[in-house]
Design a protein around this ligand. Structure first.
Ligand code: CP
Ligand code: NVA
Length: 318
């Protein structure tokens, strides 16, 4: 069985989307197949208001362009309503406990929560005290919705996932973690290339290897040439993530991993460039690569909408 042969069931056994660690290969396929179908409906102008009357609360403790727009637009296209809640404005930001917040939300008929915050444990707390689905819109540890969109983008380019290699250049932080887990689960080889001391948490590397499908390889290295060789998707992220303080030593260590035209030449000839965005041109990537024909960053950003609609639909429909 592979992704192309998988027949969707319309069901997910998971109640939440906290991390792709909790998801099986088939469940990720399920979401991707659903995203492809929902994307088709958008382009065909077919109504798909499957979440009519439902409300998604969107809690943001960090800034966002793509995540906010795609969830807000996505729930509307599904017939539901978004409720944007910045932690600058709600009592959660002044120390009201998560367990109280989620129980209040339920009493007011909120049907699902998307949260972007710092600690992954906050999501576990929401899931523990509430009965409604919780969706991770980015934490310091994971960014699962982004990776679903990334995998969908790779699939759209190559028509297959198994055996395709994605290489990530940068720190072992939220993007690297979720890419390892998600790509390995769908049968892609994934290589994380980080400077010494900035690599991903070995426990997450181990989990990605354990969950790998069909012999997919998970490699962690600081060797740039080894990492770029044969890459079908070249991925990078900002040197300094939200909540991190600038550090010249870290910048110096990451600079040789900048994705530039020279580096792209060493990847597979059909390779695409991906970036979760926002990007810092001249730091982790050059303007030339961002604007090159190999750059798939805007189809990738669009796929946030389709992938997240699939997650909302599958988690919130019942
Ligand atoms: N990629 C991503 O999550 O973008 P935002 O921070 O703009 O939501
Ligand atoms: N690693 C980045 C991703 C932004 C989408 C951050 O956490 O800021």
């Amino acid at each position: 069985m592979d992704f192309n042969a998988y027949k969707p069931t319309g069901k997910l056994s998971n109640k939440h989307m906290l991390t792709l660690m909790d998801y099986s290969t088939e469940e990720i396929w399920e979401i991707l197949k659903c995203a492809i179908e929902l994307k088709r409906k958008v382009y065909a102008h077919e109504k798909h208001e499957y979440l009519a009357g439902k409300t998604l609360a969107m809690i943001f403790a960090k800034s966002s362009t793509r995540t906010r727009i795609s969830f807000e637009q996505g729930i509307k296209q599904l017939g539901g309503s978004p409720l944007f809640l910045s932690t600058n404005d709600i009592q959660l930001g002044r120390g009201e406990p998560i367990r109280d917040t989620v129980r209040v939300m339920e009493r007011m008929n909120i049907d699902g929560i998307m949260i972007r915050t710092f600690k992954q444990s906050d999501l576990n707390e929401l899931a523990k005290w509430g009965h409604i689905p919780v969706i991770n819109g980015l934490t310091d540890d994971f960014h699962p919705c982004q990776v679903l969109a990334d995998i969908l983008t790779v699939y759209e380019k190559f028509g297959t996932l198994e055996g395709k290699k994605l290489t990530f250049f940068g720190e072992g932080f939220n993007m690297a973690n979720s890419l390892m887990l998600g790509c390995a689960k769908v049968g892609m080889d994934v290589c994380i290339c980080s400077p010494e001391g900035l690599g991903p948490d070995p426990a997450i590397v181990e989990a990605a290897r354990k969950g790998a499908f069909g012999g997919a390889k998970v490699t962690v290295t600081s060797d740039i040439d080894e990492a770029i060789k044969g890459a079908h998707a070249v991925y990078t992220d900002v040197f300094f993530s939200m909540g991190q303080t600038k550090d010249p030593a870290k910048e110096k260590a990451l600079m040789p991993m900048q994705v530039n035209a020279e580096m792209m030449k060493k990847a597979d000839p059909d390779a695409i460039f991906l970036h979760c965005l926002p990007a810092h041109r001249g730091e982790e990537v050059t303007d030339e690569v961002m604007e090159s024909p190999q750059s798939w960053i805007f189809p990738e950003a669009e796929n946030r909408l389709h992938a997240q609609k699939a997650v909302m639909y599958l988690l919130m429909k019942d």
